[in-house]
Design a protein around this ligand. Structure first.
Ligand code: ADP
Ligand code: MG
Length: 368
């Protein structure tokens, strides 16, 4: 197990800065998820940690030792990719044992390690099969088994679940999390799937254009995005963005004027938002804080709109509606949802809103 540090690590491909001075301190045993849109530099970062790609600048340290010039095989890490790359002519057991055999481990130790990993992954009954006799999920497990038997300092995963169907992905997510709880090995996991990031990570590292946008535990990033990009990328269904203007409300209050209403700013937020008075702003509000119904307590505000589409999902329903030219989603009771075309009241929990400055799309940070 290892503590992995990136210190101003960069990677340039010609004139492209694929990774741009990234600094990150990953604790021993931590599960860190690198997430961001395609092309933001996740895989390149992972490949530099693995030693598959030399850095253009900065340092990578394992347990305090600079590993910049250490070849991959001496870094003692295991990588699991989206493509499993199993040897087709070898059995599962042989595939899992292959790396250890190359390194000259004694037969009995190899047998024990393969057996233990197979037990952890629940694939003991598959050990005699060839890869072509396995399902996608089983192959993915074997690929992980091959990594586990090496007992590496860290696991590096690059979109390991992307080839699986939705059900299997959900199942494997839970298995990977359970495995990490048992093995307690440092994991750096790359994905573009925000659900994987939310569910698996101790800490999320959100990237864009080769840079880190935000780092934090999943619920902290979810609750306190630093900007509109972070607010949009993390969370499903997506956060609502309502354009408006911050105006005076009564003697010392504030409100946000939007199409179809005027939403009083919660008292606890007034001082923080005051400097934005009379400016165009955007409200960021997750669908769970926007409900069909009347304002029912201090801190909630109300407006009206016409229901466009309702999506019942069993445990909840989402009501879609438009304000001007933006489409918004609110939660509603799946057993008692409004109908298409109905004009209804919506209640916004203004204590959960984010105030976005449209000039740079930053979220005005509220003291916590
Ligand atoms: N071998 C390479 N040669 C040139 N450009 C590359 C190479 N690998 C990646 N890139 C570029 O670097 C950027 C980051 O790529 P990558 O790390 O693969 O992104 P991600 O994994 O987040 O989708 C992209 O613009 C990509 O086109
Ligand atoms: Mg990638």
């Amino acid at each position: 197990m290892a503590n992995v540090v990136l210190d101003k690590v960069s990677k340039r491909f010609g004139s492209v800065a694929a990774v741009d001075e990234i600094s990150l301190d990953m604790a021993d045993g931590e599960f860190v998820v690198l997430i961001g849109p395609s092309g933001c530099g996740k895989s390149t970062t992972l490949r530099m940690v693995a030693g598959l790609e030399p850095v253009s600048g900065g340092q990578i340290l394992f347990d305090g030792q600079v590993v910049n010039n250490l070849p991959p095989k001496h870094r003692d890490i295991a990588m699991v990719f989206q493509s499993y790359a199993l040897y087709p002519h070898m059995t599962v057991a042989q595939n899992m044992a292959f790396g250890l055999k190359l390194k000259g481990y004694p037969k009995e130790e190899i047998r024990q390690r393969v057996d233990k990993a197979a037990g952890l992954l629940n694939i003991r009954e598959l050990l005699g099969r060839k890869p072509r006799e396995l399902s996608g999920g089983q192959r993915q497990r074997v690929a992980m088994g091959r990594a586990i038997v090496r007992d590496p300092k860290a696991f590096l995963f690059d979109e390991p679940l992307s080839n699986l169907d939705a059900n299997l992905r959900a199942q494997m997510r839970v298995e990977i999390k359970r495995l990490h709880q048992q093995l307690e090995t440092t994991v750096v996991y790359v994905t573009h799937d925000q659900i994987e990031a939310m569910t698996l990570a101790d800490r999320i590292v959100l990237m864009k254009n080769g840079k880190i946008v935000q780092v934090g535990p999943p619920m902290e990033v979810y609750d306190n995005p630093v900007n509109k990009f972070s607010a949009t990328f993390i969370g499903a269904p997506k956060m609502n963005f309502i354009p408006g203007r911050l105006v005076r409300d009564g003697a010392d209050g504030l409100a946000i004027e939007i199409e179809g209403g005027r939403l009083a700013v919660a008292e606890s937020r007034r001082a923080t938002y005051e400097p934005m008075l009379d400016q165009p702003v955007e409200i960021g509000l997750r669908p769970e804080y926007l409900a069909v119904g009347k304002a029912d307590r201090p801190g909630t505000a109300e407006f009206e709109a016409v229901i466009d589409v309702v999506e019942p999902m069993g445990s909840e329903a989402l009501a879609f509606f438009r304000l001007g030219d933006v489409e918004l989603a609110a939660k509603c009771d799946p057993h008692n949802s409004p109908r298409h075309g109905e004009r209804v009241s919506f209640r916004a929990d203004m204590t959960k809103m984010h105030l976005i400055d449209p000039r740079d799309e930053s979220v005005v940070q509220v003291a916590r």
